[in-house]
Design a protein around this ligand. Structure first.
Ligand code: HEM
Length: 437
């Protein structure tokens, strides 16, 4: 057993950060090829990560007690966008208290109740798409997933929050700007928070979100069950409500859902390059024959193109992982991307083969697009339900064709990875008569 951190690239921190910000996925592959399933990356502003690509280690991390693990920040854009009080960035016991507060809104009955709204919003969106003209799916999916999450957070606002919608779209564009992302990797989150362009995008969103929360507080909740009501009514152990800052951070954590839209764009990017799989799915959907293949398509897309490539935890006690004795304080990073792209776990891991998930279960530690353990994505089932509803509706409504026959490259955005051409397609309405929900 060695007490030092596992080996990793020798290049200076700045060079590793540049590489991580420009092409993280080839960087991860190269490190695994050179150093094996456990290696150390040294990144500016993010710290040194012991990257874990062996499922046994990943399982150990995800099954550790909550008290043994603290927060690790996987992405420099998170803190400026979500804020330090976000459930995603808060330590125990606050983390678990907030998580328990929010979970019911995105699970069970409340989740199932939203299925109809998801379909309705998807249908409305698809019917507004250009006909027989090239357009990019990713921004359309961003608009749609934003609308779904606005409903979950604020309920039906009847268009009253249109200014907030526009401001959130602008914020997404600002945070995904390539030049800004590159500078963020070098100068860090404080630089971003102080920069004028960022503040101009962020501050009006905060004002608008808090104004709405105050309006709802003043109105009284009257039995409403959306996320803002839950947060407004929440009381700490000493009976005090959430502060403005806490409210802002929790609401922004929910409102800036990036991964669902890029995953949806990838579902279609992959299906359109595999016409026989698209045909099989189409048949299942149009015949109303259950959801087994649809489920497998979603699972396979999240395996092959996971929107989040690593999750990070801080060890609060020493642990042995990958054969290394790691001291308390070490940042460990279960690597979603490398686990999903391992030939020891999946046959032909680079190919899109939904059929594999008709035969095997998609589960921790070999299928981890939503992370795992006590900090697993709190809306994982919700996001899967949403993806299924959207894919089904798109297939019912339109026939899609790719503009270019070749696959789209993977390109990095602030929170997720998207198709480089943003899912460039042409749509043609499938049937003149609408299909019943
Ligand atoms: C395909 C869609 C999505 C993917 C792939 C995804 C992925 C993730 C990942 C990887 C994490 C970190 C997990 C970890 O550290 O172990 C996470 C956390 C989280 N996600 Fe998602 N997410 C998705 C959709 C959503 C949506 C729609 C929402 C809410 C509207 C959401 C809310 C959250 C929250 C609140 C956390 C923090 C949970 C905690 O720290 O306890 N996610 N998500």
């Amino acid at each position: 057993m060695r007490a030092k951190l596992p080996p990793g690239p020798h290049s200076p921190r700045l060079a590793q950060s540049r590489r991580w910000s420009r092409d993280p996925l080839p960087f991860l592959e190269q490190c695994r090829a050179r150093y094996g399933a456990t290696f150390t990356l040294r990144l500016r502003h993010l710290g040194s990560w012991v990257v874990l690509a062996d499922p046994e280690d990943v399982k150990r991390v995800f099954s550790a007690a909550t008290d043994d693990l603290g927060v690790g920040v996987p992405n420099l854009a998170l803190r400026p966008v979500l804020g330090a009080h976000s459930v995603m960035l808060s330590e125990e016991p606050e983390h678990m208290a907030r998580r328990k507060l929010m979970l019911p809104r995105f699970h069970g009955e409340r989740m199932r109740e939203d299925a109809g709204v998801m379909t309705e919003l998807a249908r409305r969106e698809v019917r507004a798409w250009p006909v027989e003209q090239p357009f990019r799916l990713w921004p359309r999916m961003q608009a749609l997933t934003q609308e779904v999450v606005m409903r979950a957070v604020f309920g039906d606002d009847g268009g009253r929050l249109d200014r907030l919608r526009a401001l959130l779209t602008n914020l997404t564009e600002t945070v995904n700007d390539e030049g800004r992302l590159r500078k963020l990797a070098i100068f860090g989150p404080r630089w971003l928070e102080r920069s004028r362009g960022w503040r101009q995008a962020m501050e009006p969103v905060e004002e608008e979100v808090l104004a709405e929360a105050q309006r709802r507080r003043a109105e009284g909740e009257d039995g409403r069950k959306d996320a803002v009501s839950i947060l407004i009514e929440a009381r700490d152990e000493d009976g005090s409500p959430l502060s403005e800052k806490e409210l802002r951070d929790e609401l922004l954590t929910l409102l800036t859902d990036g991964p669902t839209s890029s995953s949806l764009a990838w579902v279609f990017e992959r299906l359109l390059r595999h016409p026989e799989k698209l045909a099989r799915l189409q048949e299942e959907v149009l015949a109303g024959e259950g959801e087994a293949y649809l489920d497998a398509v979603i699972k396979e897309t999240l395996r092959l193109r996971p929107p989040v490539s690593v999750v990070v935890r801080r060890l609060l006690r020493p642990a042995t992982l990958g054969g290394y004795d790691l001291p308390a304080g070490t940042l460990v990073a279960p690597c979603v991307y490398l686990i999903h792209n391992s030939a020891e776990i999946y046959d032909d891991p680079g190919s899109f083969i939904p059929e594999r998930f008709l035969e095997r279960r998609a589960a921790v530690p070999t299928w981890i697009p939503f992370g795992g353990g006590a900090r697993r994505c709190l809306a994982a089932s919700y996001a899967e339900q949403e993806m299924k509803r959207v894919v089904r509706t798109v297939l019912e409504e339109v026939e899609l064709k790719p503009v270019d026959a070749g696959s789209e490259r993977v390109s990095r955005s602030a929170i997720a990875f998207s198709p480089a051409q943003h899912g460039l397609v042409v749509a043609r309405p499938r049937a003149p008569e609408p299909v019943a929900a």
